[in-house]
Design a protein around this ligand. Structure first.
Ligand SMILES: [Zn+2]
Length: 130
């Protein structure tokens, strides 16, 4: 198993940000649609995306570039990657495929969490009423 990366040692990678008039180097979601992307994998990726921690909340609500639905106003993160909260909608409802490396990252994160060594002693010592 690869060593877990240390989030504090490098900038958080952004994904799911789309082309704007002021930043034309970003991709268009329509170019990343993969109708053959398996629904079970899309659900799995979207589930991970919706469970990120809130990194920022913005005043304006973003709208989906593909169907114009209201699509959130927050950025979410897992400490390694950062994405707009609406990214799960692109994955789930429009089959906008994310880089395979991100899928591998999700898999590694979930495995790491499943394998955490657990310790109940702190809770036992600190939950007693005095
Ligand atoms: Zn949409």
């Amino acid at each position: 198993m690869p060593e877990p990366r240390e989030p504090a040692n490098r900038p958080v990678r952004q994904l799911g940000f789309w082309r704007t008039p002021s930043n034309r180097t970003l991709p268009n979601p329509s170019d990343l649609i993969d109708p053959d992307w398996e629904e079970s994998e899309r659900h799995w990726v979207a589930d991970y995306l919706v469970h990120g921690q809130v990194a920022a909340s913005w005043m304006g609500v973003s709208t989906c570039r593909l169907c114009s639905q209201s699509n959130g106003s927050r950025d979410l993160t897992d400490g390694y990657y950062l994405w707009p909260e609406g990214l799960a909608h692109y994955v789930l409802d429009h089959s906008v495929r994310l880089p395979a490396e991100f899928g591998v990252h999700i898999q590694q994160r979930l495995e790491t969490l499943e394998e955490l060594e657990r310790d109940l002693s702190w809770w036992c010592q600190n939950s007693a009423r005095t």
